[in-house]
Design a protein around this ligand. Structure first.
Ligand SMILES: C[C@](O)(C(=O)O)[C@H](CC(=O)O)C(=O)O
Ligand SMILES: [Mg+2]
Length: 303
């Protein structure tokens, strides 16, 4: 109850072990602390905390409007609800290299297992939109060096994301991405997130270029096709995220529910789409709170 029973240090060790295991680590995106519990209950390996979801949750587009304080606060609320390692999207690191250093220490303090810092200019864009721009190599490497130097727990995962692929048309973009990935690793990045890869062959090219763990972003309606876990595992990807998917599913369901309410004046026809009260209480571990204090849990739920 009250949740996680694992320390942040133990979760970071588990993440490192998972990435070294040879089995791809599956990280769906939690859109709130409760959904992190569901991800754990369903047997996934970790929880991703998306900047796009964090922004959308506030009703904002994903264009660098959220602050470090907002991101760290929400990430802490999510991370502390699960025993799984959680990694959070830190966008461009919230400023210059010294801000990046502060970002890393703040996210360590918030109990995260790791983060990714990208090489877009400020203000950033969703990586799957056209018209985004990246910073020059020197600036990109300085961000990663600052991040690595700032961390106190050597197991806190610092992943470098490069958005350069989609900023250069054709094969030149892929060459730029493999080149930047290598340099980011030399600068100390523990893992690479090559953003907006169009094909499996493109992921394979990055795989051949660097030895560190690689992340694949299976976000829907973007530039990458939706490869399966097996396809990604077979080409040596170490971690896959579905960053916004649970929010999209939940919002899709909310749209259908409101339409049904407009049409029928009751939600009776969509009860099957809903999580039952009993399942919610199970996910919340209501009974553990009962054991703690029987005066709190003094009712029955009927199916
Ligand atoms: C991974 C990502 O950075 C995120 O914030 O979740 C987004 C996802 C998306 O907008 O679909 C990105 O790919 O830029
Ligand atoms: Mg993002």
């Amino acid at each position: 109850m009250l949740y996680s029973s694992e320390t942040p240090a133990a979760k970071r060790e588990a993440l490192r072990a998972g990435l070294a295991s040879g089995t791809i680590q599956r990280f769906p995106g939690a859109f709130n602390p409760l959904s992190a519990r569901l991800i754990e209950a369903k047997g996934f390996d970790g929880v991703y905390i998306s900047g796009a979801v964090l922004s959308a949750d506030l009703g904002l587009p994903d264009i660098g409007l959220t602050t470090l304080t907002e991101v760290a606060t929400r990430a802490q609320q999510i991370a502390r609800m699960t025993n799984l390692p959680a990694i959070v999207d830190a966008d461009t690191g919230f400023g210059e290299p010294m801000n990046v250093a502060r970002t890393i220490q703040t996210l360590e303090d918030a109990g995260l297992a790791g983060t990714h810092i990208e090489d877009q200019v400020n203000p950033k864009r969703c990586g799957h939109l056209d018209g985004k721009q990246v910073v020059d190599e020197d600036t990109a490497l300085k961000r990663i060096r600052a991040a690595v130097d700032a961390r106190r727990d050597p197991n806190f995962l610092i992943m470098a994301r490069t958005d350069i692929r989609a900023t250069v048309p054709g094969d030149g973009g892929l060459a730029a991405a493999t080149d930047r990935a290598k340099k980011l690793v030399d600068a100390g990045a523990d893992a690479i997130f090559p953003e907006a890869m169009a094909t499996l062959a493109e992921f394979e090219a990055v795989r051949a270029a660097v030895d560190v763990p690689l992340l694949a972003n299976m976000t829907e309606f973007g530039k990458s096709a939706l490869f399966t876990v097996d396809q990604l595992q077979n080409i040596g990807i170490n971690m896959v995220i579905w960053p916004v998917s649970l929010l999209r599913l939940a919002m899709g369901s909310a749209v259908r529910g409101l339409d049904a309410l407009n049409e029928h004046g009751t939600l009776e026809p969509v009860l099957g789409e809903m999580q039952h009260r009993a399942d919610l209480y199970e996910l919340l571990d209501y009974e553990a709170y009962n054991r703690f204090d029987t005066s709190v849990f003094n009712f029955q739920v009927s199916r």
